[in-house]
Every structure is written in structure tokens, then in C-alpha cells.
Design a protein around this ligand. Structure first.
Ligand code: AMP
Ligand code: MG
Length: 471
């Protein structure tokens, strides 16, 4: 059955986007289809694998009702203001309605140049597409709000980066693709009417319980959603890597998997991204930088919060100040569960912090340490075992709930060196590791004895020290 698309973003004023077609690719081939996700959002997965389906996923053929466009937005990149960014290598085809009535944007990433491409070619190569597929789907299985990956097609065309690579397109699925930077774009032009249309679009999509013009309520729920999101990242040792305001989603989703990475050995100042020279987006800096991003959203919303500027500023500040307590609560929930504690106070916060400090002193592997608390073998992750034993005695005295812990501490995460290996193999037309990772990571909390090798921390020569944007 051919899908029926709509595009409600296209009904917003024309200054929100550039309407355009994808640039056709020469020989599209379906490399991966996420059938579970397809079914969940109401698409016929047999059709998606048909010639017409693959042509749609490659941008060569439009589905009924689609109205493809590149969205415009602005953003602060590493703190510097870019007045116009936008989809430089992506097109929003439109949206589909799922059986439960929810709406899902279908976006092709790597679909060719747009007016927002600047110096870029609008394309993606297979490496970053595989990385985004694996990591975003792993995040979903780890119960982290995220954009999803529906499919990977190879294009048959070559993409030029430091070398020549096979081109690919990722089909990204999300409840919307609106970023803090989208609000900033219109705020910087003092276009209050556009801001107000954008606000009501976002409220309808993400926070339908709010009144469509409740800017302050919107700010508060975004602050809350983002506080919960970043606490989940922290609990998994996830480093987004490029928390620019254009990569900060107003629905509280993880978006734009560029140089992201899961830490192996724990250290709060860990950075992977090759372009993050000063550690602006280091693991431990993420909550603070998020507040900075949310302050940009608050400032963009001011004209909608109230006519009296001083009063609006005060209200926006109050909403932002809520981040601290919301984050602390969310962090406690995440880390207490990791230690099997159903509740706790200051003493338990210290208990978590003491473990993290000992882990950092010992370069203990983040994921393995927490997982191995379950079967009592975590001490093997420490060089100074007596330091761990002292901590453990204190922790055991609280009679941790092992079931709670088994749902909070994954056995499997997408490790950098495995993703890298999957990409290198894929470049040699060997997709076995990609498939295996995709499969194993769909149940990250289950023990999977046949795949123990994927739990291992990297050997010294396997360790990935840096990740790249993949643009
Ligand atoms: P990112 O931080 O990776 O999300 O990208 C920042 C901006 O650069 C966005 O506006 C992207 O659309 C744009 N961009 C990234 N890669 C490319 C590319 N290969 N061609 C055109 N634009 C790109
Ligand atoms: Mg981006």
C-alpha cells in the first residue's frame, strides 16, 4: 500500500522553508529498513522495500501528498552566532499519521544541496549514516527520547570527503524537526508573527495540553523535557558532541548525531569531537551548556511571553531557574536507579559521586562498571580494588534492588570502536557487524551471551580518540 503523506509545516508561511525537490541519485539500493519503526508509524514495510518505496527513500520519487521542503533555522555554533543555517543536506518530505493518531515527520538526510548548504554538497556518505542509524536506534532502545532512523539507502554515487566514499541517505523520523535555532531565526528578525505561528505549531505537535499561545508554559515544558533528556545522557555516559542551539530540539529529543560518542573509561572532562577544541561540550559540561541553550530559547520567546518587557524577562528567568532543581531530581532518578536505590537523599548523592570519583581515578569503564555491579564483578574494573571495596560495602548496606539496576544499566552500548569497525567493514561491502550491532542494541538491557565481544571495552589499539562531524 502506498503511503499517504501530508505536510503541515508546509502550511506555515513560506519564510519558514524553501520548497524544493531532492536531487535524484543514480542507483538507489536499500541497505537497511527498520521494519518495527515503519509499522509503528503506520507505513507498509513491504511497500517500503518495493522499487517505489526505495525510490522514495532515495528522494527519486515522491509519495502521495508529500510537499518536500528544506527548513530554515539559525543557531549558535560553539557560542558564535550564525543568522542563517537551515537544512543544508536534508529535506522534509512531509508527515505520516500513525495508527495511534500521532504525526511523524519523514526527512531524508543526504538528499542533495539546498539554499542552506553554504559550502557543503548536501550529501552524506555511508559512514555517518551508519553511525546515526546505530546510535539513534540504540538510544531509542535505551529509553532516551530521540529522532529515529527508518532506513538507509546507498545512492550509487560517490561523495568526496578526505577520500571518495559511497553516498548514502538516512531516513530520519521525528515528532518534529524544530530546534531552539528555529525560534532564534525569527526572533533575530523581530518577526513576532512568525514566532507566534511557530509556537502554536510546536505546542500542537509536542505539548498539546498547553494553550496554543502559552509561550511561558512552552518554555517551562521544554526546560523540563531537556533537563530529563540530559540526565539520561549523563546516566549512559553519552556525549552529544555538538550541542549548538540548532541541534537542540524543542520537543526534548536527542537530534543530530554527528561526533557523538559513548564514553569507555569514565572521566567528566571527556571530549571526542575533533572540532570541540576547548571542551565546550565535554561530558560534564552538558547540563550547564544546555542551560545556556535554553536561555537562547527564553530570550527568543520574550516578545510572546508578555508586552511588559521587564515582567517577561522575570518570568522567563524563573522558568530557566527551574532547570537546576528539575535536573537534580532527574539526575537522582537516573543514578539512584543505576545503584538500585528506590529513594535517597544527600548521603546517597554522595554515594553516587564517590563511585564516579573512584571510577575516574581508576579510568574504570563507565558502562561495564555499572553493569557489573549486578553480578558483583565490578571490582575487576578498578586498579585500586580496595578503594572500590570500601565504597561497595557502604553501597551494599543499602540493599540495592537488582531488578531496578538491570533496567538502568545496559549490558550493551554502541561503542565507538565497534561502530568504526562496522563502518570500515561496510566500506568493503561486509554488513554483518552493522546488522549484528543493530540487532544486539535493540535489546541493550538483556544479557546476550553470544555477543559478549560487543560488551568489551576497546583495547588500546582499538580506542577511538576522536570523532568527526561527518559532513
Ligand atoms: P550539524 O552541526 O552537523 O547539524 O550541521 C550544521 C549545519 O551545516 C546545518 O545547517 C547542516 O544542514 C549543514 N551541513 C552539514 N553538512 C552538510 C553538507 N554535507 N552539505 C550541506 N550542508 C551541510
Ligand atoms: Mg544540525
Amino acid at each position: 500500500m502506498t503511503p499517504q503523506f501530508d505536510n503541515s509545516y508546509a502550511r506555515l508561511p513560506e519564510k519558514f522553508y524553501t520548497r524544493m525537490q531532492a536531487e535524484p541519485v543514480s542507483a538507489p539500493k536499500l541497505l537497511k529498513l527498520n521494519s518495527d519503526l515503519g509499522t509503528q508509524i503506520g507505513l507498509d514495510t513491504d511497500w517500503l522495500q518495493s522499487e517505489d518505496g526505495v525510490a522514495m527513500l532515495a528522494g527519486n520519487k515522491l509519495p502521495n501528498g508529500a510537499d518536500p521542503l528544506a527548513q530554515v533555522y539559525a543557531g549558535h555554533q560553539f557560542g558564535g552566532w550564525s543568522p542563517r543555517l537551515g537544512d543544508g543536506r536534508a529535506l522534509l518530505l512531509g508527515e505520516v499519521a500513525a495508527p495511534d493518531g500521532s504525526h511523524w515527520d519523514i526527512q531524508l538526510k543526504g538528499s542533495g544541496p539546498t539554499p542552506y548548504s553554504r559550502a557543503g554538497d548536501g550529501r552524506a556518505w555511508l559512514g555517518p549514516v551508519i553511525r546515526e542509524y546505530l546510535v539513534s536506534e540504540a538510544m531509542a532502545a535505551l529509553n532516551v527520547p530521540t529522532t529515529r532512523a527508518l532506513a538507509v539507502v546507498t545512492t550509487g554515487d560517490t561523495v568526496l570527503r578526505e577520500d571518495r566514499y559511497p553516498g548514502a541517505i538516512l531516513t530520519r523520523v521525528a515528532s518534529s524537526h524544530v530546534r531552539v535555532g528555529t525560534f532564534q531565526y525569527f526572533a533575530s528578525q523581530q518577526d513576532t508573527e512568525a514566532l507566534s505561528s511557530l509556537l502554536s505549531f510546536c505546542i500542537k505537535r509536542h505539548y498539546a495540553h498547553l494553550k496554543s499561545d502559552d509561550a511561558l508554559g512552552f518554555l517551562s515544558v521544554v526546560v523540563d523535557a531537556q533537563a530529563k533528556l540530559v540526565s539520561k545522557w549523563m546516566g549512559l555516559g553519552f556525549i552529544h558532541g555538538v550541542m549548538n542551539t540548532d541541534n537542540c530540539h524543542v520537543g526534548g529529543l536527542t537530534i543530530d548525531y554527528g561526533p557523538c560518542a559513548f564514553m569507555d573509561a569514565y572521566h567528566p572532562s571527556k571530549v571526542f569531537s575533533s572540532i570541540d577544541q576547548f571542551g565546550r561540550y565535554a561530558y560534564g559540561a552538558q547540563p550547564e551548556i544546555l542551560v545556556w541553550n535554553l536561555a537562547q530559547l527564553a530570550s527568543s520567546l520574550l516578545p510572546l511571553i508578555g508586552e511588559n518587557m521587564n515582567a517577561a524577562v522575570e518570568q522567563a528567568q524563573d522558568a530557566l531557574h527551574a532547570f537546576g532543581p528539575l535536573y537534580t531530581e532527574a539526575w537522582k532518578q537516573v543514578f539512584f536507579a543505576k545503584l538500585g536505590l528506590t529513594e535517597g537523599g544527600e548521603a546517597e548523592i554522595t554515594l553516587v559521586q564517590d563511585l564516579l570519583t573512584t571510577m575516574s581515578d581508576n579510568q574504570a569503564d563507565f558502562t561495564r562498571t555499572f553493569r557489573r555491579l549486578l553480578d558483583g564483578t565490578a571490582r575487576d574494573e578498578f586498579v585500586d580494588r580496595t578503594a572500590f571495596d570500601a565504597w561497595s560495602e557502604n553501597w551494599q548496606a543499602r540493599q540495592p534492588d537488582i531488578t531496578l539496576m538491570s533496567q538502568a544499566n545496559p549490558a550493551f552500548i554502541p561503542r565507538n570502536h565497534q561502530i568504526e569497525a562496522a563502518i570500515q567493514n561496510a566500506l568493503k561491502d561486509d554488513f554483518e557487524l552493522f546488522e549484528r550491532l543493530s540487532d544486539v542494541l535493540s535489546s541493550p538491557f538483556s544479557e546476550q551471551p553470544d555477543h559478549e565481544d560487543l560488551q568489551a571495552a576497546p583495547l588500546d589499539q582499538e580506542r577511538v580518540a576522536q570523532t568527526f562531524c561527518g559532513t
